[in-house]
Design a protein around this ligand. Structure first.
Ligand SMILES: Nc1ncnc2c1ncn2[C@@H]1O[C@H](COP(=O)(O)OP(=O)(O)O)[C@@H](O)[C@H]1O
Ligand SMILES: [Mg+2]
Length: 136
């Protein structure tokens, strides 16, 4: 089934000059970019995006990281895109993510792990409406 998913290339991806490389992986897989924006978010937007995590111990430094510089937000579309993109990204902790995944190949951190992707159809709908209201 064709799906859309919300992806962030987090501030570490922009700082490290990995935007092109990471986008290339999504494009090479056959996913279509249907929206894309370079943007710096404030704490309020971070709180909305990470609503499920705001009470967690790891949230304050995550909030600081998410607002630390520009990121690239995009919507990808393709067959089973939600699960496919989660698979391309790899496990949350870059130190444990499998080689061949974006995080496994390019991140050595469980916070600065380069990418975000929606984890379910419900999350994708909520996140796409949040980041790209015109598509929501
Ligand atoms: N234990 C942790 N320590 C530091 N940062 C974390 C930790 N767990 C998660 N994070 C950060 O919070 C983000 C959101 O967490 P989560 O939704 O669990 O992972 P994912 O991004 O793989 O869906 C992660 O991508 C990572 O940047
Ligand atoms: Mg998540």
């Amino acid at each position: 089934m064709t799906q859309r998913t919300l992806v962030l290339l987090k501030p570490d991806a922009v700082r490290r000059g990995l935007v092109g490389q990471v986008l290339s992986r999504f494009e090479a897989k056959g996913l279509t970019i249907v929206a894309l924006e370079h943007r710096t978010i404030d704490g309020e937007m971070a709180d909305r995006h990470y609503a499920e995590h705001v009470e967690r111990d790891f949230y304050p430094p995550l909030r600081a990281f998410a607002t630390s510089g520009p990121l690239v937000a995009l919507v990808l579309e393709g067959d089973e895109a939600i699960e496919v993109v989660r698979g391309l990204n790899g496990a949350t902790d870059g130190r444990k993510a499998a080689p061949g995944t974006i995080r496994g190949d390019l991140s050595l951190s469980n916070r600065e792990n380069l990418v975000h992707a929606s984890d379910s159809p419900e999350s994708a709908a909520r996140e796409i409406a949040l980041w790209f209201p015109a598509l929501g």
